[in-house]
Ligand binder design. Structure first.
Ligand SMILES: *Cc1c(COP(=O)(O)O)cnc(C)c1O
Length: 400
């Protein structure tokens, strides 16, 4: 018989009762070091006192009023996000897919309202992940995720990640935008070359296209800067954010320059929950922590420390780990062909470390941004033991 909770996930048999910082405890008292952070989402760790009190305080006043009224918490959060990004205006929603869906609509609306409604196609990349709604699935373009869900939404062209010639070849009279994750997260923690991102910006300017960044996973300090694209010294025209922005509370956002945002007039796009007082109180509390002086520098420092630790780990386990990739605290262990990432993930969990599998046989390592060097040392020690568990038996013999 089917479980009451629809079985869309292969869940690990673990249920967590409480957390603190980078740690989680199961209901039967086992302790886990959380280097998955709920898929790069619990950005400031579990039960952060500032976030907890902001949510509790707001919940005790008013949680939801709808967007029929002014929401001061949302006005403040939007202003702070605009002040700390390229954006002039921000739309709040509830998830990454919803932010990307809105971003796609904003791109199309921009051209429709500036006399070029034929420009609606968006160039996307192989290995991308943009969400599970019909349009974001089409932008994702992964045949496995699309199978069985009927006709794909028209207007998405896929080219190989990092291939500038393929991008330029794909540009046609109907092209409106290029949409990309600065680091493909689900696709295997694959960073775009910074020069590639700069080249995309130049190409968008040359052809009059919009650059749309999906920073759902890479944004909100994950790479040691507030936004990953800042490493490339470029600005997009529109960008999506979610995951870490609410620190675990569901919140998404579209950040846009005025030229894009100005066409989303009253009635053109909407949401009931999006940007409600409770969600924005959470968002403001997360931002208080991430924008505090020195916080992002500390993320950058601990990320470099973890990077070196993972490299040393890879050198100790050449039969298991082929390489380390990613940036900031969005890192991946690329595993050898003979080792399956989900097996390594299970082995790590058996040692007390939570990680997340990603595409291309990569094991994602994405701790909360408040992680310490000592916790990184502990994670590496647990990964070391996990790697020994999954070392292929022939390599074990060879190592003797
Ligand atoms: C997780 C993710 C999404 C989808 O976010 P949801 O909140 O699951 O809808 C979209 N884009 C990227 C890059 C993501 O990592």
């Amino acid at each position: 018989m089917i479980p009451a909770l629809m079985p869309t996930y292969n869940r690990a048999d673990l249920a967590f009762e409480r957390g603190e910082g980078a740690w989680l405890w199961t209901d039967d008292g086992r302790r886990f070091l959380d280097f998955g952070a709920g898929i790069a989402t619990t950005s400031i760790g579990h039960a952060h006192p500032h976030l907890v009190s902001a949510i509790a305080e707001q919940a005790g006043k008013v949680m939801h009023t709808s967007n029929l009224y002014r929401v001061p918490q949302a006005e403040r959060l939007a202003q702070r996000l605009a002040d700390s990004s390229f954006a002039d205006s921000v739309f709040f929603c509830n998830s990454g897919a919803e932010a990307n869906e809105g971003m796609i609509k904003a791109v199309r609306k921009h051209y429709a309202e500036t006399g070029r409604p034929d420009r609606f196609r968006i160039i996307c990349f192989e290995g991308a992940f943009h969400g599970r709604t019909l349009a974001t699935l089409s932008a994702t373009g992964n045949a496995k995720y699309l199978a069985g869900f009927g006709p794909v939404v028209e207007g998405f062209d896929h080219v190989p990640f990092g291939n500038m010639n393929a991008v330029r070849d794909a540009i046609g009279p109907n092209t409106a935008a290029i949409m990309i994750e600065p680091i493909q997260g689900e696709g295997g923690v694959r960073p775009a070359d910074l020069r590639f991102l700069q080249e995309l910006r130049r190409t968008c300017d040359e052809f009059g296209l919009l650059l749309a960044l999906d920073e759902v996973q890479t944004g909100m300090g994950r790479t040691g800067k507030l936004w990953a694209h800042q490493w490339a010294g470029i600005e997009p025209d529109v960008m999506s954010s979610a995951k870490g922005i609410g620190g675990g509370f569901p919140l998404g956002a579209i950040l846009a320059k005025e030229a894009v945002a100005e066409h989303l007039k009253p009635g053109t796009h909407g949401t009931t929950y999006g940007g409600n007082p409770l969600a924005c109180a959470a968002g403001n509390a997360v931002l208080d922590v991430i924008l505090a002086p020195g916080f992002l520098d500390r993320v950058d420092g601990v990320a470099r420390y973890l990077w070196r630790g993972l490299h040393d780990l890879a050198a100790r386990h050449p039969a298991v780990i082929a390489g380390v990739q990613g940036a900031g605290l969005l890192l991946g262990l690329r595993l050898r062909d003979g080792v399956v990432n989900t097996e390594m993930q299970s082995a790590a969990a058996a040692e007390g470390l939570l990680t997340v599998a990603a595409g291309m046989n990569v094991l994602r390592v994405a701790p909360p941004l408040i992680v310490t060097e000592a916790e990184c040392d502990e994670a590496i020690a647990l990964l070391d033991r996990a790697a020994r568990r999954v070392t292929p038996s022939d390599a074990r013999v060879a190592a003797k």
